[in-house]
Design a protein around this ligand. Structure first.
Ligand code: HH2
Length: 287
């Protein structure tokens, strides 16, 4: 027996994400000079395209393209600059890779143009809270939507990080965001929920949100987990830099799969593909 429900999430291009049979790996492609984990590495579009193509060869099922860093204290980027970063990468990848492309943005204008360029999934760290218009873009365009839990904004990451029961509160707030998306016209079967590890959460909160992933899965939507290289891993690893957190990420990815995640969002694709393949074989045998 598997712990996971199966879902088919339709995409605007007629394809669908088949979720639950095996864990899908979403690869992080940050076209930014300042991301916390890999800042500047793929800032040049040609390098970003080459790196993303390599991630697909390594087993990525989805490419998540982001042009604005969400790290604590990061500057808000004008939509035009974000588009200047992400559009050439999406356009280049659409003709090079077969996997669905996701746009990591909270801006309606960016998502709309990214969908024109070939993206099929909107990944919003604010779950349509920063720009409510984004929900209407998702509805109109038939995009799949990842709604991530967050409190506050990235420049004040911990201002609202007070919880009594992290898993219950995160699940309740995500359920409310899903209701907002559905009210705006996004079909329920296109919505994926994410606990937002590290967002509006201190390390202890992220660990509790991850351990309580089942509470989110119980809401009846597919679940995405994004623990990759995040600072909450320092609770176990000590103060090592993000690029030295691959093994810690592996533990959190395996835990995510065993707790019911359908998709994991990661930087180290080849390594984490191995992790999810093995975790899947165990998850399939959970009683
Ligand atoms: N984490 C980050 C960005 N986007 N989206 C979802 N759905 N879930 C996440 O956990 C998530 C996300 C932060 O990681 P990264 O993209 O590597 O860093 P930065 O925001 O600094 O570019």
């Amino acid at each position: 027996m598997s712990i996971r429900r199966r879902f088919t999430v339709p995409l605007p291009d007629g394809r669908a994400l088949d979720l639950g049979a095996r864990t899908l790996v979403m690869a992080v492609v940050n076209v930014t000079p300042d991301s916390f984990s890999d800042g500047g590495l793929h800032f040049d579009p040609d390098r970003a395209i080459a790196e993303a193509a390599r991630m697909v060869a390594d087993g990525a099922d989805i490419l998540d393209i982001g042009g604005e860093s969400t790290r604590p204290g990061a500057d808000v980027l004008p939509a035009e600059e974000e588009l200047r970063r992400v559009l050439p990468v999406i356009e280049g990848l659409r003709v090079r890779v077969a996997v669905p492309i996701s746009i990591d943005t909270y801006k309606a204008a960016v998502a709309d143009r990214a969908l024109d360029a070939g993206a099929a999934i909107i990944n919003d760290i604010s779950a349509f809270a920063y720009e409510p218009e984004l929900a209407r873009v998702a509805a109109r365009r038939g995009a799949a939507a990842v709604l991530m839990h967050h409190r506050g904004r990235s420049h004040a990451m911990y201002a609202e990080a007070t919880y009594r029961d992290v898993a219950a509160e995160v699940a309740a707030e995500l359920e409310a965001r899903a209701a907002v998306a559905i009210a705006a016209g996004v079909p329920k079967d296109r919505i994926i929920l994410d606990p937002g590890l590290g967002f509006g959460k201190r390390a202890e909160h992220s660990l509790e949100a991850l351990a309580g992933l089942g509470r989110i899965a119980a809401l009846g939507f597919p679940v995405l987990s994004g623990p990759s290289r995040k600072s909450f891993l320092k609770v176990g690893l000590g103060d090592v830099p993000p690029t030295d957190r691959a093994w810690g990420t592996a533990a959190a990815v395996a835990a995510s799969v065993l707790l019911g995640a359908h998709i994991v969002r990661v930087h180290d694709v080849a390594e984490m593909v191995q992790v999810v393949r093995v975790a899947d074989t165990i998850a399939a045998r959970l009683q």
